[in-house]
Design a protein around this ligand. Structure first.
Ligand code: SAH
Ligand code: SF4
Length: 374
């Protein structure tokens, strides 16, 4: 590895200029060196276990209109679906039988009472049915502090809310200015979640039109400044029926977006050593092994998709969303590949974020007991 690159990677703390330099390395040897270094950092700081979360996309009904997203409320071509309470609880039960101890429940954004109540009841039922064994992460967009609190009290203990872009300039380019997409409101929501006691995850899309390497470095600085416990980020992938689609000619090639996404994960790992970093599903849309590659770039969370196949197709946030690789296939493949590389796929532990533990000064032993978080 070149001396200058090694020197930056081994610094105690990285300044924004360092992040820009790391995000600007050439493809090939330099990129590989950063990814390999990040993988070693992960092994040292969060360990060699790669934790699993079963992803259930329970509804694509959304009142928002993010300009990049295929299930935005005003896309007339999106076929809407919503799993019933009983269906979600049944899926969670089947997941538990299959060995999952962590689930992510994700949906489009709705703010009506019926939705808040449904999520609350589903969370409580899943906790009850699993005798507290199933750890629940929610990702249902911006909600009032009261709703977040109700869901937390029902038993959810992690929440994912990507800021999408940390800079207001870029955020406003990829969201409509209709009063429903306010950057500051989203940032405030992250603070509410933290105040309530959630382990908080955020993230961004990589390779967006108009996005510069400085914006990506700012995104990493933002993640550190909000003390994210977890991060999920992945490539932006265009979708025909979105207002951002006409900007497709501005995009980098899929290969380059994949490389940048892996590099961003790796640089984040070097920058925030003890957080949980998820390998996002969108990576598989660019490369059938995209999610596995992210693990070898420093990610430590894998999220097999447990949404029933007919609904998964309709949760169509970007084009070529991979529907092929089934959860069991991913688990089997990952188990073998990780073993060969000294890693272990771990389903039976929650694998909560070590960064969270140190943020709230929780002793190691308490973290797996959800009641200790309240
Ligand atoms: N509605 C919730 C959660 C579900 S959407 C929310 O928005 O927070 C989950 C994520 O999908 C979003 O955070 C966004 O980052 C990602 N997403 C949406 N459209 C995308 C696209 N075209 N390419 C890549 N990721 C996309
Ligand atoms: Fe809705 Fe989330 Fe898509 Fe925005 S990104 S339109 S909030 S599902």
């Amino acid at each position: 590895m070149s001396r200058w690159l090694n020197d930056i990677l081994c610094k105690d703390s990285l300044a924004k200029d360092d992040l820009v330099q790391l995000l600007s390395v050439n493809e090939g040897i330099e990129t590989e060196a950063v990814l390999e270094h990040a993988s070693r950092v992960r092994n040292t700081f969060t360990g060699k276990k790669i934790y699993v979360r079963g992803l259930i996309e329970f509804s694509n009904i959304c009142k928002k209109n993010c300009l990049y997203c295929g299930v935005r409320g005003s896309n007339p071509f999106a076929e809407r679906y919503e799993l019933s309470k009983a269906q979600i609880i049944e899926l969670a039960g089947a997941a538990s039988v299959a060995g999952y101890t962590s689930l992510v429940l994700q949906s489009g954004e709705r703010n009506d009472n019926a939705f808040a109540r449904k999520v609350e009841e589903v969370v409580a039922k899943i906790k009850q049915a699993s005798v507290g064994k199933t750890g629940i992460t929610l990702s249902c967009g911006e909600q009032s502090e009261e709703t977040y609190k109700r869901w937390f009290d029902a038993g959810a203990h992690r929440y994912l809310l990507r800021v999408e872009s940390s800079g207001t300039r870029l955020y406003n380019k990829i969201h409509p200015s209709d009063g429903k997409h306010d950057h500051q409101v989203r940032i405030n929501a992250l603070e509410s979640l933290k105040k309530i006691g959630y382990q908080v995850g955020t993230g961004v899309m990589i390779g967006l039109p108009f996005q510069k390497v400085e914006d990506m470095a700012d995104d990493l600085v933002f993640m550190k400044s909000v003390e994210a416990d977890m991060v999920g980020m992945g490539p932006y992938i265009e979708h025909y029926h979105t207002p951002l689609y006409p900007f497709t000619p501005l995009l980098k090639s899929p290969e380059e977006r994949l490389r940048l996404s892996l590099l961003m994960i790796a640089v984040l790992r070097v920058y925030m050593k003890n957080i949980n970093i998820a390998s996002s599903t969108a990576l598989d849309a660019l490369d059938p092994n995209g999610r596995m590659k992210a693990v070898f770039a420093g990610a430590n969370i894998l999220m097999p998709n447990l949404t029933p196949a007919d609904c998964r197709e309709k949760y169509d946030i970007y084009k070529d969303k991979p529907v092929l690789r089934e959860a069991e296939e991913l688990i089997a493949k990952a188990t073998g590949t990780f073993k060969k590389n000294g890693l272990e796929l771990c389903m039976e532990e929650w694998g909560d974020s070590p960064a969270y533990k140190s943020r709230v000064h929780l002793p190691e032993a308490n973290i797996r007991n959800n009641s200790a978080l309240k």
